[in-house]
Design a protein around this ligand. Structure first.
Ligand code: NAD
Length: 538
């Protein structure tokens, strides 16, 4: 895979310079495009363009799947899964370990494509590479343990032998978003494969090429091709046949779409996990290390231009340190470099699309028109590329402003003061979301106590989101309107299995024997239940 930038240089924010021309064109090699788009299961001739947010220019035309194509993909996946389910877990895990190495070896190519399709800064693209490698290693090394058949105490000790098997669901349908296109296309599917399932994935239309590269890498790691099918098309058209054919759905995206998916899964009585939106709070306590808090705040708020489900949009800062924190946070934000480039030289790239730019612009204009104060940012930057918006810090945001409670999903945050910690926790818990929260404090014990009072699926102390997101043993997901179910950890793989209980009764049957009648049997049972309780049995 090679991407070329004919202007020959990065496009960083700075003085006018022909090398920093946002209209520079990035092109993919036609052979690479053909190879990748050839993986979409699509029988008609219809295509849809994918453009680069770096400059708005088209990168490729992606074939579109029909309803019949989706059914075909599910049928192929189902056939392949029968053999895969009987493949030893160690062999399945070996594919994941090979993927781990491939992803690290080919990170330059992956980061180029992620950068081209999503516009994100290379450091954010690298996070995707690292997260896929971490996920592949974690599930490769732990799948056998998670999936092992376990014994549980039987009804009658010594007489009832019960084992729990983990049976794969079958075909897992994945519907993924554009914001972390490489990790979102792979990381939910890896535990599904490890558990013996096949996957049919519908990535977001804006980032199809990255998802297709993920599929190619899986095949190169030794996964039989039919076990991982990629379909393309509008969610409203190909979502329903995917849900109709699958045995489980893993969805990541907005809360509105998640609700729709959940109701379609309910109609079929299949399970689903939903990783949805957030309006994530970050608390700066009065004993926080303010340099660390300000550095963490810029990453928490502006990684991937704020287009990250776990990124921070609300800051609650203790009165005693408010001014000193704000001064540092604003200074660090203003020092960020913005630009369109595939190299490592910028901190933040553009938003993904005009739609995202419109949302961000509207949220800021609405807040400012109702009295919010801009501490920095607050402007689109068409001079850098079509969808750029400056990292923006607001003060004085009130409940009637849209960005008070609605997710912006962009580089816009609001700062609030608090007087006492109980009040900060209460405000952090306001609203319908409960995805991620962060606490900055030098008293780790106190911060962990406060974490228990916050209604979010993850809480990161002295870090924005990386401590939990990067720890694969830590389940991740949302409370309340932020989702159902968890990715990562044991929950991230067990969701793709059914529990099968196998009980073997030995010796005495479960019913009267030795000539006892029902009443006498009930009396014996009553006595034995009392004894078992006294013995401390579960
Ligand atoms: P979205 O819900 O519009 O789209 C997400 C995916 O769903 C895309 O693949 C899209 O094509 C598909 N889709 C859309 N309508 C559908 C339908 N009717 N049936 C089936 N599929 C459909 O979300 P978006 O706005 O593109 O993504 C941003 C949102 O995703 C944000 O709210 C963000 O917080 C959330 N997100 C959450 C996580 C998480 O892990 N919790 C991660 C990334 C993004």
């Amino acid at each position: 895979m090679s991407a070329t930038n004919p202007s020959g240089g990065p496009l960083v924010d700075g003085p006018a310079d022909p090398e920093h021309d946002p209209r520079a064109s990035y092109a993919l090699e036609p052979d690479d495009v053909r190879r990748l788009t050839g993986r979409v299961l699509a029988s008609g001739g219809e295509t849809t363009p994918v453009s680069s947010p770096l400059n708005g220019q088209p990168l490729a035309h992606v074939p579109q799947s029909s309803t019949a194509d989706v059914r075909d993909a599910v049928a192929r996946a189902r056939r392949a899964q029968e053999t895969w389910a009987r493949t030893p877990v160690a062999e399945r895990a070996a594919v994941l370990l090979r993927l781990h190495d491939l992803v690290l070896d080919r990170q330059a190519e992956i980061c180029d494509l992620v950068g081209l399709e999503s516009g994100k800064a290379r450091k954010d693209a690298f996070l995707e590479v690292a997260h896929v490698a971490l996920t592949a290693r974690y599930y490769a090394r732990t799948a056998e343990d998670h999936l092992a058949t376990r014994r549980v105490p039987g009804m009658f000790p010594g007489l009832t032998h019960v084992e729990l098997n983990r049976v794969p669901k079958g075909v897992v349908g994945i519907i993924s978003p554009w914001n972390y296109p490489f990790t979102m296309a792979l990381c939910d599917g890896l535990p599904a494969l490890a558990a013996g399932n096949a996957v049919v994935i519908k990535p977001d239309a804006q980032t199809m090429l990255t998802a297709l590269l993920g599929a190619e890498l899986l095949e190169q790691a030794g996964l039989p091709r039919d076990l991982w099918q990629v379909v393309a098309g509008p969610g409203k058209d190909i979502g329903p046949p995917l849900i109709e054919g699958s045995d489980y759905i893993c969805f990541t995206g907005s809360t509105a779409t998640g609700r729709l998916i959940a109701s379609q899964c309910a109609d079929r009585l299949i399970g689903c996990s939903l990783e949805l939106g957030g309006k994530n709070p970050l608390l700066v306590l009065r004993d926080a290390d303010l340099e660390k808090a300000a550095e963490g705040a810029t990453r928490a708020a502006f990684s991937n231009a704020g287009q990250l489900c776990v990124s921070t949009e609300r800051f609650y800062v203790a009165d005693q340190v408010y001014d000193r924190f704000v001064e540092r946070f604003v200074a660090r934000t203003e020092a960020m470099t913005l630009g369109s480039t595939l190299d490592w030289s910028v901190d933040m790239g553009p938003l993904i699309s005009q739609q995202q730019l419109d949302t961000v612009t509207t949220h800021v204009e609405d807040a400012v028109s109702k009295g919010a104060r801009l501490l920095t940012g607050g402007r689109p930057r068409p001079d850098l590329g079509p969808y750029f918006y400056e990292p923006t810090i607001l003060e004085g945001v009130t409940p009637e402003m849209t960005c008070f409670g609605h997710e912006t999903f962009g580089p816009v945050v609001a700062l609030y003061r608090f007087h006492d910690e109980a009040d900060a926790v209460a405000r952090a818990n306001q609203g319908d979301y409960g995805l991620n929260a962060s606490i900055y404090s030098q008293d780790g014990r106190r911060a962990r106590q406060i974490a228990r009072e916050i209604r979010c699926g993850t809480v990161n102390i002295n870090e924005g989101f990386g401590a939990t997101f990067g720890t694969l043993a830590a389940p991740m997901g949302g409370m309340r309107q932020s989702g159902m179910g968890r990715r990562q950890g044991s929950e991230g793989i067990l969701r793709y299995t059914e529990t099968q209980s196998v009980g073997t009764q030995r010796g005495l049957r479960i019913g009267p024997s030795f000539g006892l009648d029902q009443e006498q049997y009930a009396a014996v049972m009553t006595a034995s239940l009392r004894v078992l309780k006294k013995l401390g049995r579960a």
